[in-house]
Design a protein around this ligand. Structure first.
Ligand code: FES
Length: 292
């Protein structure tokens, strides 16, 4: 149990290290207050740190939150008390005395550099599908079964294997079929929730079937100014789309990207990663005809 006594010179206690508490701490610290940020979980970030995207803009939660968490940890005016709870508060405005109860972390915070080695060497292991329990049966077509097992076999037991496995499956099938993700979860003993978190985070992955060729129309500022919007509308008018993005014959899937990194060639499109720049509208069909 530690006790914090605030003098009237201005120390502030912020309870809760979620995004609101972190932002409040930063604002207060930058106004000159000494801030004690009290969080009962082992780390700050709260619910926001667990989210994938945020409503309504769909922005990446980690990209918004991480700089603030780092700034918070580095700010000399902020003292972060994790695994801590406010258990008592006495006094009056300007001079409160707070009692904080801290739970042991069992890790030397001074020495920990977050390398994650302790997770690898932890003697306590939780099996998602224990050997003793019968694993759920997933139906896969024979060809898919062989291909997926080939991919899994090459990465089984390899540290950080989920990303390359998902990448290869996405490349082979052009999207990530649900039954295959369930199969990967069982075979690699990785929670399905984690697989979905990664599969929905990266634009390169798709959970719905895509065409054999991916057409990316750049909608970055330079391309937009040089008419990429017209390209997009023209493609939508001239290709027969089933659901707004994939053609009926599953030949093309149309997507927009922010910048393809070749602004000098704007307007730019890419087909299966191949870049085509300085295009005129009538030249697009000639490009697409190369892809059967
Ligand atoms: S804005 Fe289109 S390539 Fe950069």
């Amino acid at each position: 149990m530690i006790e914090i006594e605030a003098k009237k010179t201005g120390a502030v206690l912020v309870q809760g290290g979620g995004i609101a508490g972190v932002q409040a701490s930063l604002d207060l610290a930058n106004s000159g207050f000494k801030v004690y940020l009290v969080e009962k979980e082992p780390s700050i970030g709260g619910m926001m740190a667990r989210l994938d995207k945020t409503f309504p803009t769909g922005d990446c939660a980690t990209c918004i939150g991480s700089p603030k968490y780092v700034e918070c940890a580095r700010n000399r005016n902020i003292e972060i008390l994790t695994l801590s709870e406010l258990v008592g508060l006495t006094g009056e405005p300007g001079n409160f005395k707070a009692s904080i109860q801290r739970t042991a972390r069992h890790v030397d915070e001074e020495k920990c550099n977050g390398c994650g080695e302790c997770i690898q060497n932890c003697p306590v292991k939780y099996e998602i599908f224990p050997e003793s329990e019968e694993k759920p049966r997933i139906h896969l077509e024979e060809e898919a079964f062989v291909q997926v097992n080939d991919i899994i076999g090459r990465y089984r037991g390899v540290k950080g294997n989920l990303m390359p496995v998902l990448k290869e499956i996405n490349t082979r099938f052009n999207y990530l079929p649900e039954n295959i993700l369930r199969y990967v979860s069982i075979e690699l003993n990785i929670p399905l929730s984690l697989i979905y978190r990664i599969a929905t985070f990266y634009n390169a992955f798709s959970l719905i079937p895509r065409g054999r060729h991916i057409v990316n129309v750049c909608s970055g500022t330079t391309c937009y100014v040089r008419g990429s919007e017209k390209f997009l509308n023209w493609l939508k008018d001239n290709l027969e789309f089933e659901d707004g993005s994939t053609t009926k014959d599953m030949r093309f899937t149309l997507e927009t990207v922010r910048c393809l990194g070749c602004c000098s060639m704007a307007p730019v499109i890419s087909v299966d990663g191949e870049i085509y720049g300085n295009l005129k509208r009538k030249e697009i069909m000639e490009v697409l005809e190369q892809y059967e």
